[in-house]
Write a protein that binds this ligand. Structure first.
Ligand code: APR
Length: 173
C-alpha cells in the first residue's frame, strides 16, 4: 500500500487525523505557538498527561491522548533551537520526524499531521527545515507500514506552497 504525503494550510488543531504532532519544549508543560494552540484545544487533561511524562529531550517524542481534539493522539516532539547550524540542529530536527513516525508505527496509526517544527520561536530557517522534514519522512516511511497519510500542516499559504514543490519533485515513494 502507498502512503500519501501532502501539504495543507490549516490550523493543525482542526485536523481529524489519528495523531497531530506538537512542536513542544523539553518541559512538555505547554507554551506559545502551536504548543499553546494544541493545549487550548485539547483541554486541561492534556497538561495533566504531559506532567506525568516528566519532560522530553530535544529530538525525542512522546505520545498522549488527544482529549478534546479531533485527533486521537498528540505526539509531542521537541525540536532544536536554531543556534546557527553548528550544534547538531539538523540531526535533532530529523530525529523529531523519525521518532514521531516511530511512535505512530508503534501505535499502528494510519494518519499523522506535522507542523513546521522549530521554524517559529526556535528560529530554524524554514526552507532548510522543510527539506529535512520531507526527506526524513520519505526515508522513514518503510518503518511505518500502517501509515496511509502524512500531512505537512503549514500555517501560511507561502509555506504550504513551498512544501508542495518539495513533494512534487517526483521522487519514487
Ligand atoms: N497550526 C499549525 N501550525 C501552527 C499553529 C497552528 N495552530 N500555530 C503555530 N503554527 C506554526 C508556526 O507558524 C510555525 O510555523 O507552527 C510552527 C512552529 O512554530 P512554534 O509553535 O513557535 O514552535 P517552535 O518554533 O518549534 O518553538 C517551540 O515554542 O510555543 C513554544 O512551547 C513551545 O517552547 C516551545 C517553542
Amino acid at each position: 500500500m502507498t502512503t500519501t504525503l501532502r501539504a495543507v494550510h490549516e490550523d493543525i488543531t482542526t485536523l481529524a487525523v489519528d495523531a497531530i504532532v506538537n512542536a513542544a519544549n523539553s518541559r512538555l508543560l505547554g507554551g506559545g505557538g502551536v504548543d499553546g494552540a494544541i493545549h487550548r484545544a485539547a483541554g486541561p487533561r492534556l497538561l495533566e498527561a504531559c506532567r506525568a511524562l516528566g519532560g522530553c529531550p530535544t529530538g525525542e517524542a512522546r505520545i498522549t491522548p488527544g482529549f478534546e481534539l479531533p485527533a486521537s493522539y498528540v505526539i509531542h516532539a521537541v525540536g532544536p533551537v536554531w543556534h546557527g547550524g553548528g550544534h547538531g540542529e539538523a540531526r535533532y530536527l530529523a530525529d523529531c520526524y523519525r521518532n514521531a513516525l516511530r511512535l505512530a508505527a508503534g501505535h499502528e496509526l494510519a494518519s499523522i499531521a506535522f507542523p513546521c517544527i522549530s521554524t517559529g520561536v526556535y528560529g530554524y530557517p524554514f526552507e532548510a527545515a522543510a527539506k529535512i522534514a520531507v526527506s526524513t519522512v520519505r526515508h522513514t516511511l518503510a518503518q511505518a507500514p500502517t501509515l496511509r497519510e502524512v500531512i505537512f500542516c503549514c500555517f501560511s499559504g507561502r509555506e504550504r506552497d513551498h512544501y508542495a514543490v518539495l513533494l512534487s519533485d517526483g521522487n519514487p515513494r
